[in-house]
Write a protein that binds this ligand. Structure first.
Ligand SMILES: Nc1nc2c(ncn2[C@@H]2O[C@H](COP(=O)(O)OP(=O)(O)OP(=O)(O)O)[C@@H](O)[C@H]2O)c(=O)[nH]1
Ligand SMILES: [Mg+2]
Length: 389
C-alpha cells in the first residue's frame, strides 16, 4: 500500500513537472513576433533624418549665398563715356570757377580811355591767373597795339580781341593728338610720369576709360611698386572697366613690371598699354635712374609712343619748376594739367606750354572717373574768359 501511494505521488510530481516545462515554451512561441518588429522601425526612423539634414545645405542654403556676388559683379563693369562732347562739361566747370578772370579783364578793357594804370590792372589780373610774367607782357603788349589801332571799342570787340590773344598764346597749331593706337602688330605704349600727388594714377585710370569709351582696349602696368596701395589703386580703375592690370611685388623693380606689362599687352593683343609710375622726386639722379631704366627696358619691345607729364594746376609756378626736371629726364611728349576745376587758375596752361614748350594735351576737371577732357585752346579760353561765346 505504501508503495502504491509513493508511486501515485511520483506520478503527480512528474505530470506537474512536465506541464511546467511545456507551458513557458508555448508562451514564448506566442511572443516572437513582437521583438522582431520593433528592431526594424528604429532603422527606418533613423534614415529619414539623415537625408533631411544632408539635403537642405546643398539644395537650399548654399546656392543663395554663392549666387549674389556672381550676379552683382557683372553690373559693376562700367561703360565709360566716349571722349566726344566732354568739352561741354569742361566749359561749364571752368566757367564756374574762373569767370572772375574774364569779368575783371573785360571790365577794364571796356573803359572808354585806357590809362597806364588800367593796363597795369590788366597785367595784374593775368599774372594772378598764373599766366606767367613773360606771357602776360606779350599778351598785354599786343592788346595795347590792337586797342590803339581799333580806336573805339564795344565790349564784344574787346572780348574777341582778348580771346584771340589768349588763344594765340596757347599756340593752337601744336599737335595735341594722343598716340594711343596700336601699330606694327603691337599695342601703343603710354608712360605716365610726374611729381607726388599730381594725379598720375587717377589720370592713367581716366585715360584708360576714355580709350575704352571710344571702343579700344587697354592694359595697365602698375610700375609704382613702392606701395602696394598704388598698385591696388590702378587695379581698381581697371576692374571697374574690365581692364587687366600687371603688377609686381611691393618694392620690386618698376622697370621689370613695365616690361612685363608691355609683354602681356602684346600677348593679349590690347590696343594700348598705360604705365603708371612713382612720383618721388628725392633727387634728379635717382629719378633719372628709375624713369630712364623704365623707358629703356620697355623699349626692348619697341618705342614708347607717348610720355605724359602730369601736372597739378594748383601748384602754380613752383610746380612748373619741379616739372621741368622730368622733361630733362624723359622725352615728354604731352602735358596733362589736372585739378583745373575748383580753385585752379586756368592761366597756368599758358605758362606751362610757354615754359616747357610741350603741348597740353588733356585737362583734369575733377575727381570723377570721367572728369578728363582733350584740351582745345579755343574752347578753353572761351570758358576762361566767360561771357557769350
Ligand atoms: N579736383 C581734382 N582732383 C584730382 C584731379 N586729378 C586727380 N585728383 C586727385 O588728386 C589726388 C592724387 O591723385 P593720384 O592720382 O593718386 O596722384 P599720383 O600722382 O598718382 O600720386 P602718387 O602716386 O602718390 O605720386 C587724388 O585725391 C585725386 O582724386 C582733378 O582733375 N581734379
Ligand atoms: Mg599714383
Amino acid at each position: 500500500m505504501e508503495y502504491v501511494v509513493a508511486a501515485v505521488i511520483l506520478l503527480v510530481v512528474l505530470i506537474v513537472g512536465a506541464v511546467g516545462l511545456v507551458v513557458p515554451k508555448m508562451r514564448r512561441r506566442d511572443l516572437p513576433p513582437p521583438p522582431a518588429v520593433p528592431t526594424v522601425p528604429p532603422v527606418e526612423e533613423e534614415i529619414p533624418p539623415l537625408i533631411e539634414q544632408a539635403a537642405p545645405p546643398v539644395a537650399v542654403e548654399e546656392p543663395p549665398v554663392e549666387a549674389p556676388p556672381v550676379v552683382e559683379e557683372k553690373p559693376l563693369l562700367e561703360k565709360p563715356e566716349p571722349s566726344a562732347g566732354r568739352l561741354v562739361r569742361l566749359r561749364a566747370r571752368l566757367a564756374r570757377s574762373q569767370s572772375a578772370l574774364g569779368r575783371g579783364l573785360l571790365n577794364v578793357l571796356s573803359r572808354d580811355h585806357l590809362e597806364e594804370e588800367d593796363w597795369e590792372e590788366i597785367e595784374e589780373s593775368l599774372i594772378t591767373a598764373d599766366v606767367g610774367i613773360e606771357a602776360t607782357q606779350v599778351i598785354v603788349e599786343r592788346l595795347r597795339e590792337r586797342v590803339r589801332v581799333l580806336g573805339t571799342r564795344t565790349v564784344a570787340e574787346v572780348r574777341e580781341q582778348l580771346v584771340e590773344e589768349l588763344v594765340g598764346a596757347l599756340e593752337p597749331g601744336m599737335d595735341r593728338s594722343l598716340r594711343t593706337a596700336p601699330h606694327d602688330g603691337r599695342p601703343a605704349v603710354v608712360l605716365v610720369v610726374g611729381v607726388n600727388g599730381a594725379g598720375k594714377t587717377t589720370t592713367c585710370g581716366k585715360i584708360g576709360r576714355v580709350l575704352i569709351g571710344d571702343g579700344g582696349s587697354v592694359l595697365f602696368g602698375a610700375a609704382d611698386t613702392f606701395r602696394a596701395a598704388a598698385a591696388d589703386q590702378i587695379q581698381t580703375w581697371g576692374e571697374r572697366v574690365g581692364a587687366e592690370t600687371v603688377r609686381g611685388p611691393e618694392g620690386g623693380d618698376p622697370a621689370s613690371v613695365a616690361f612685363d606689362a608691355v609683354k602681356r599687352g602684346i600677348d593679349t593683343g590690347v590696343d594700348t598699354v598705360l604705365i603708371d609710375t612713382a612720383g618721388r622726386l628725392q633727387n634728379k639722379v635717382g629719378l633719372m635712374d628709375e624713369l630712364g631704366k623704365v623707358k629703356r627696358v620697355v623699349e626692348k619691345h619697341g618705342p614708347v609712343d607717348e610720355t605724359l607729364l602730369v601736372l597739378d594746376a594748383t601748384t602754380g609756378q613752383n610746380g612748373l619748376e619741379q616739372a621741368r626736371v622730368f622733361t630733362e629726364v624723359v622725352d615728354v611728349t604731352g602735358v596733362v594739367l589736372t585739378k583745373l576745376d575748383g580753385t585752379a587758375k586756368g592761366g597756368i596752361v599758358i605758362a606751362v606750354q610757354r615754359k616747357l614748350g610741350i603741348p597740353v594735351k588733356l585737362v583734369g576737371l575733377g575727381e570723377g572717373p570721367d572728369d578728363l577732357a582733350p584740351f582745345e585752346p579755343k574752347a578753353f579760353v572761351e570758358a576762361l574768359v566767360g561771357g557769350d561765346a
